[in-house]
Write a protein that binds this ligand. Structure first.
Ligand SMILES: NC(=O)c1ccc[n+]([C@@H]2O[C@H](COP(=O)([O-])OP(=O)(O)OC[C@H]3O[C@@H](n4cnc5c(N)ncnc54)[C@H](O)[C@@H]3O)[C@@H](O)[C@H]2O)c1
Ligand SMILES: O=C(O)C[C@H](O)C(=O)O
Length: 332
């Protein structure tokens, strides 16, 4: 017997990421090849015609798993009955801007959409915030939707995690699928800390620490970190648009692992509400290493943190504290 369809909301669906993301969801890249889906796609009135064009293309692609498409500019209709909400709607930064420069427009959107989700989404709806500044938008969404369990509100740092895997595989000239357990700590911003201290590489002689194989701590502590931190800006410079296919693909990875579980022995990075683990203040949405099972994430505990890592983890936490107060000042 076929499964019941899962309702997936994508906000900002007429935009760059939305256009890349919705066919991935409809093909099963997010929830699996045997999971039917109903897409709820939301955008604002000026983009209504383009949104309808996206709906037309979804119909034309005849995806077997896609059971219906609800395309709307009404946030209540968009949120009604959804099981998964991917919040992409907002404004991207342009060349030369930091992600927090789009704060005032984007936090207001998340405040407004929080109540619609709280009132109309399914009670166990899982929320992934993609729009920037992603951690702080997710925090605002959480604070203005107090009845949504805090465990259900997350933000995307999987793109940074995947970027870190990609950089290591390029450096060692190996398959990216042979690298695992990098960590992105903190903010999806230029203060994030991509950490390879616990990453491993699978080879014909078993698993080895990535750090040992790279054998260049200087590179790992400087160029590697900077490349991952600045990758979003470098893509904007090259494309004159922010990353879209990699962001969409990483959003699918994030939800897939959250819902279906992380492979044994593997963790991923997710922006989640801090419970004070690793001395990170609670009250922030901070990226941690997590494993997922039965639809729940848990922060990986007990990793050894050296002094270099500690300083970097605290610096990105401090930026999130500043962003939080900036966000509230924008909402007043
Ligand atoms: N977290 C990440 O890893 C990551 C990666 C890439 C991009 N981003 C962010 O994702 C966001 C979207 O990027 P994009 O390239 O798709 O931008 P885009 O401008 O192409 O698309 C954004 C869409 O959101 C719509 N929108 C604006 N306000 C809305 C609202 N109130 N409700 C619903 N829709 C609304 C716009 O009309 C537009 O169609 C940006 O904030 C970008 O910075 C985050
Ligand atoms: O960097 C940006 O502004 C877009 C996105 O957050 C990214 O990391 O590619």
């Amino acid at each position: 017997m076929s499964k019941n369809a899962v309702r997936v909301l994508v906000t900002g669906a007429a935009g760059q990421i939305g256009y890349a993301l919705v066919p991935m969801v409809a093909r099963g890249a997010m929830l699996g090849p045997d999971q039917p889906v109903i897409l709820h796609i939301l955008d604002i009135e000026p983009a209504a015609e383009a949104l309808n064009g996206v709906k037309m293309e979804l119909i034309d692609a005849a995806f077997p798993l896609l059971k219906d498409v609800i395309a709307t500019t009404d946030v209540v209709e968009a949120c009604t009955g959804v099981d998964i909400a991917v919040m992409v709607g907002g404004f991207p930064r342009k060349e030369g801007m930091e992600r927090k420069d789009v704060m005032s427009k984007n936090v207001s959107i998340h405040k407004a959409q929080a109540s619609a989700l709280e009132k109309h989404a399914n009670t166990d709806c899982k929320v992934l915030v993609v729009a920037n500044p992603a951690n702080t938008n997710a925090l605002i969404l959480k604070e203005f939707a107090p009845s949504i369990p805090e465990k259900n509100i997350t933000c995307l740092t999987r793109l940074d995690h995947n970027r870190a895997l990609g950089q290591i595989s390029e450096r060692l000239d190996i398959q990216v699928s042979d690298v695992k357990n990098v960590i992105i700590w903190g903010n999806h911003s230029s203060t994030q800390y991509p950490d390879v201290s616990h990453a491993t590489v699978t080879s014909s002689d078993g698993q080895k620490p990535a750090r040992e194989l790279i054998a260049d701590d200087q590179w790992l502590r400087t160029e590697f970190i900077k490349t991952v931190q600045q990758r979003g800006a470098d893509i904007i410079k090259a494309r004159k648009l922010s990353s879209a296919l990699s962001a969409a693909s990483s959003a699918c990875d994030h939800i897939r692992d959250w819902v279906l579980g992380t492979p044994k022995g593997t963790w991923v990075s997710m922006g989640v509400y801090s419970d004070g683990s690793y001395g990170i203040p609670s009250g922030l949405i901070y990226s941690f290493p997590v494993t997922c099972e039965k639809g729940e994430w848990s922060i990986v505990q007990g990793l050894k943190i050296d002094e270099f890592s500690r300083t970097k983890m605290d610096a990105t936490a401090n930026e999130l504290i500043e962003e939080k107060s900036l966000a509230y000042s924008c909402l007043n």
